[in-house]
Design a protein around this ligand. Structure first.
Ligand code: GNR
Ligand code: NI
Length: 173
C-alpha cells in the first residue's frame, strides 16, 4: 500500500466529474487500498479517488472512533430516498485543509453501490454516515462543501488556501 498525495483547492482536477468503474478488479482494489492508507494517514473519515487525482467513482470511508478499524468501500455509488428533513453538520475536507463550515444536507439516504469484491449492496445511512457519503458523492461530481457557502465566504477560504499553497511551494523549491 502507498500513501498518495492529496490534492487541495484550488486545483482543476478536483472539479472533474469522475467516471463509472466497469469492473472491480485488481487495479481498483489496489487503488482502494492506497486510498484507505492515505485517508488514515491524513486522519480523515472519507476519501474520494479524485482527491488523489484519479477520476473514478470510488470512495473509501471509516467512521469508527475506536482503535478497531472499520473500512467501507463504495464503487459506482448511487444515492436514493434522500430525506426531506435536513440536518446540519460542521464539515471539513482533506482537499480544503483547516477550513470548517456548517453544511445542511438530507438527514438520511440510501446508497446502492458495489463493495470491495464487486458485490452489489444497499446501505441505509443516517447521522454522520449520511453526511459523509453525500460529501464524498459530491467529490465524484466535482463539488466541494465550500460551494454551498456564500460567494464571500467561499472566496475568503479560497484566498487563504492559495496563500498557504504559495508558502508550501516556496519551501519545497
Ligand atoms: O475527514 C473528513 N471529515 C468530515 C467531517 C464532516 C463531514 C465530512 C467529512 S469528510 C472529510 C474527509 C474528506 O475530505 N473527504 O472527502
Ligand atoms: Ni472532502
Amino acid at each position: 500500500m502507498t500513501i498518495r498525495n492529496i490534492l487541495t483547492e484550488p486545483n482543476k482536477l478536483l472539479r472533474q466529474i469522475s467516471q463509472k468503474v466497469d469492473k472491480v478488479g485488481k487495479d481498483e482494489q489496489k487503488l482502494m487500498d492506497d486510498m484507505l492508507e492515505t485517508m488514515y494517514s491524513a486522519n480523515g473519515i472519507g476519501l474520494a479517488a479524485i482527491q488523489i487525482g484519479v477520476p473514478k467513482r470510488i470512495i473509501v470511508m471509516d467512521l469508527s472512533k475506536e482503535k478497531e478499524k472499520k473500512p467501507m468501500f463504495f464503487v459506482n455509488p448511487e444515492i436514493n430516498n434522500k430525506n426531506k428533513i435536513h440536518s446540519v453538520y460542521e464539515e471539513g475536507c482533506l482537499s480544503v485543509p483547516n477550513q470548517f463550515a456548517e453544511i445542511e444536507r438530507p438527514s438520511t439516504c440510501e446508497v446502492k453501490y458495489l463493495d470491495y469484491n464487486g458485490n452489489e449492496k444497499i446501505l441505509k445511512a443516517e447521522g454522520l454516515l449520511a453526511t459523509c457519503i453525500q460529501h464524498e458523492m459530491d467529490h465524484l461530481e466535482g463539488v466541494l462543501f465550500i460551494d454551498y457557502l456564500s460567494k464571500l465566504k467561499k472566496s475568503i477560504i479560497i484566498k487563504k488556501l492559495s496563500k498557504q499553497k504559495d508558502k508550501i511551494d516556496r519551501i519545497v523549491v
